[in-house]
Design a protein around this ligand. Sequence first.
Ligand code: NAD
Ligand code: DAU
Length: 345
Amino acid sequence: MVKPTVETLVTGGAGFIGSNFVLHALDTHPNWRVTTLDKLTYAGRLENLQKVIDDPRHRFIEGDVTDAAVAGPLVRASDIVIHFAAETHVDRSLQEAGAFITTDVYGSFVLLDAARESDRLRCFVQISTDEVYGSVEKGSSRETDEIRPRNPYAASKAGADRLAYSYWATHGVPVIITRGSNNYGRHQFPEKVIPLFVTNAIDRLPVPLYGDGKNIRDWLHVEDHCRAIDLLIEKGNAGEVYNIGGGNEVQNIDLTHRILELLDRPTSLITPVEDRLGHDRRYSVDTGKLRALGWRPRHPFEEGLRATVDWYRKNEWWWRPIKEADPAYRDYYETQYGRRHDGRA
Ligand code: NAD
Ligand code: DAU
């Protein structure tokens, strides 16, 4: 029997996780038609979707989730919404938090409010984050734990997370909330620690390690994250929160050493720098609830990291133009090589 077409809206689908999800969804669900809604901020890269840009089962719409005139009709025409769009970088939220409140909180409100009026929506996935739990000194966060976000990014995500829950509790919108740990893999913007350190190390530039380097993050391969979201669309319960974590808790200093080893670069590239304000020491999520549905991460961290480093090594066309547009990188490069980053006099 031919399965009916499922209209799926992916917000933020030109970003890191969103683009991996769009590619995964079109590969694994022949009956899905996917609409990507993305504002193409600095983090949104159309090249992430180049494989599917001409796919008749995919369409790309450049637009802002805060614009109800654009986002509302798209939500109401969907069976499934997966809401990734957000401002996502903690350091940027320390400099200028306004865009985080606008996109992460107000943007989620616009989508949820449109979902309230839908009579066809069967699942609205609110992509939240493990950062909402705040710094976890001991043990692992469970979905029922109190949330204690400690930076403007995490607080804006926590606001959206609870707003999504409220639309389920009050209006019955079929919301599922996911709290994922630190993702890694292809297409991650080179401001986040792994792609920043990998691309700097490729260029033999210093890698700026914050504070004492002993902060811990739990690394989750982006493909494992996508499979978890997929499973939750099928088996998750509306109104519930699900942690998603890779089970790979690593101190930043150890992560840095592994990256340098993989690239055969000296440890002298490690440059301790001033710590991030309010730097959360550790994140750790208990993933028992998701595992009970049958999910397991498939990518061991050593292999996943090696493959990710290889991806950046082989895909300079993807990251070098992004870095060359950044004046700080150009200064760095010139200091190191005594010439312009592009080789011109
Ligand atoms: P990203 O920064 O790589 O991509 C964000 C995307 O959203 C970009 O394509 C950008 O253009 C788009 N966007 C931003 N503002 C928009 C707006 N107003 N309207 C429409 N599109 C807009 O982010 P990412 O790392 O892929 O994260 C995706 C989601 O997953 C976010 O909600 C983030 O909070 C969450 N998350 C990320 C991680 C991680 O480790 N990266 C872990 C857990 C949860
Ligand atoms: O935990 C999930 C979160 O992971 C997501 O919700 C966020 O969107 C995502 O950005 C990520 O947040 P982090 O702050 O953990 O990621 P980031 O890559 O910025 O930093 C990871 C660790 O590395 C953190 O302890 C800070 C440190 N770091 C980071 C940078 C950019 C450095 O030591 N030096 C750096 O230059």
